[in-house]
Design a protein around this ligand. Structure first.
Ligand SMILES: [Cu+2]
Length: 119
């Protein structure tokens, strides 16, 4: 009976650890989490984040507009088709099938620039 109670306490402790660990990771490891996804570019505060991203050939990169303002993803060298104007929470995806450096900008706010490096 005593051993059973001990086991119950131990399993409660383990449960605590299991719950606590992901919660900490979610709040502090934003960068590694984005890296794991690998293909997400957020448009936030009139900037592309990450500003420069290196991906493997064949990667599908998805831009998501988190601003209240519309933004456009436009290839500086016309290497891929421009997005339509993206409203809040709209996404635009490009699959990069060739190695290269793909500079892009927002045609509404040309000071917003980013680069996708495909290897
Ligand atoms: Cu913009």
């Amino acid at each position: 009976m005593k051993a059973l109670r001990y086991a119950a306490i131990m399993s409660m402790l383990c449960l605590c650890c299991g719950v606590a660990m992901p919660a900490v990771a979610a709040t502090t490891d934003a960068a590694p989490k984005a890296k794991a996804a690998g293909t997400q570019v957020e448009i936030r505060n009139f900037a592309f984040a990450p500003n420069t991203m290196t991906v493997a050939v064949g990667t599908r990169v998805v831009w998501t507009n988190r601003d209240e303002e519309p933004h456009v993803v436009t290839s500086a060298g016309k290497q891929f088709a421009s997005s339509p104007a993206l409203d809040t929470s709209d996404t635009y995806a490009v699959t990069f099938t060739r190695p290269g450096t793909y500079a892009y900008y927002c045609s509404i706010h040309p000071m917003m620039v980013g680069t996708i490096i495909v290897q």
